[in-house]
Design a protein around this ligand. Structure first.
Ligand SMILES: C[S@@+](CC[C@H](N)C(=O)[O-])C[C@H]1O[C@@H](n2cnc3c(N)ncnc32)[C@H](O)[C@@H]1O
Length: 282
């Protein structure tokens, strides 16, 4: 990512969540604030009953964006049910969970690139979205600082379990930053866990999926945020176990669609095997 520029990809994925609120019935992810936090020009293009060409072409991308956020919040709810009081959103972008947090007593740490975070807090203020007392903003650059160092400056309790979400971030990192962050999570107390997504290498994709990845890669590279990290599921699973995670759940496209999009009349679903969801527990 460029140092002084807020993440454009963060805006793009937030727009997809906002579109889901208006264009899809039934919704699988309830996020009314997504419509407020995106830029007003993008919001104006989201009209009920009027699906434009771009929205038609990105339907499956929208399905994935709504799904991964819903899944992370479902996993968080399970963790809260097991007594977790700390939620760390890594690379939070325009995620709105913290501003509609239904879990009493849950502290939310939003960790993000300083420029993205500054833009987000500005958007929150511009839209008059109240920031609850439970929210902590932690500016951090995953390539330069460790999560341990950054969280040490907050009231995060390293001796208590925590749940982490890391959505749409790993493809933009170096392997070193990926490893360091996961090692921090793996060293958290038993009961901790992380939900993240990751991308499959081009060599394992079919021709249609490769074309989709090429288009997406070009798009993000033009935004100054090139993809650089991909994983095959099995070696990644082995690596996580070596790091000290004890149980894993790794969801591919079909499992995602079965869980969240079964039986729909509007054919909203994730297409292609470009990305997967990983839940790793300590
Ligand atoms: C595609 S956005 C995803 C945002 C959010 N998780 C979501 O799902 O809406 C990528 C996020 O990763 C953050 N990011 C990327 N590289 C980073 C780095 N090296 N250090 C800190 N944050 C980074 C960006 O600032 C941005 O918020």
């Amino acid at each position: 990512m460029l140092d002084s520029v807020a993440s454009r990809t963060a805006h793009r994925v937030a727009v997809r969540r906002a579109e889901h609120q208006v264009l899809d019935t039934p919704r699988i992810f309830e996020d009314p604030l997504s419509l407020r936090i995106i830029e007003p020009e993008s919001r104006a293009k989201i009209q009920p009953g009027r699906v434009n060409r771009k929205q038609r072409l990105t339907k499956s991308f929208r399905a994935y964006m709504a799904l991964r956020s819903r899944w992370a919040e479902d996993e968080l709810a399970k963790a809260v049910g097991q007594g977790i009081h700390q939620y760390v959103i890594l690379g939070a972008g325009l995620d709105t969970f913290a501003y509609r947090n239904p879990h009493e007593g849950l502290k939310v740490f939003e960790v993000d690139h300083p420029a993205t975070q500054a833009w987000k807090t500005q958007r929150l203020a511009e839209e008059g979205i109240p920031v609850p007392e439970s929210v902590r903003f932690v500016p951090a650059h995953f390539e330069r600082e460790t999560l341990a160092e950054e969280l040490a400056g907050t009231d995060f309790h390293p001796n208590e379990p925590a749940f982490f979400a890391w959505l749409g971030v790993t493809p933009y990192l170096t392997d070193r930053a990926f490893e360091e962050t996961l090692r921090f999570v793996a060293a958290c107390p038993v009961g901790s866990g992380i939900a993240f997504d990751y991308q499959i290498p081009r060599t394992s994709l079919n021709p249609m999926e490769s074309m989709a990845l090429d288009a997406l890669s070009l798009h993000v590279a033009n935004a100054g945020e090139p993809f650089q990290l991909f994983f095959e599921p099995e070696p990644l699973q082995a690596r996580l176990l070596t790091m000290g995670f004890h149980s894993l759940e790794d969801l591919g496209r079909d499992q995602m669609n079965t869980r969240y999009y079964a039986g729909r009349a509007d054919a909203l679903r994730v297409k292609g095997n470009l990305a997967r969801l990983m839940r790793a527990s300590v």
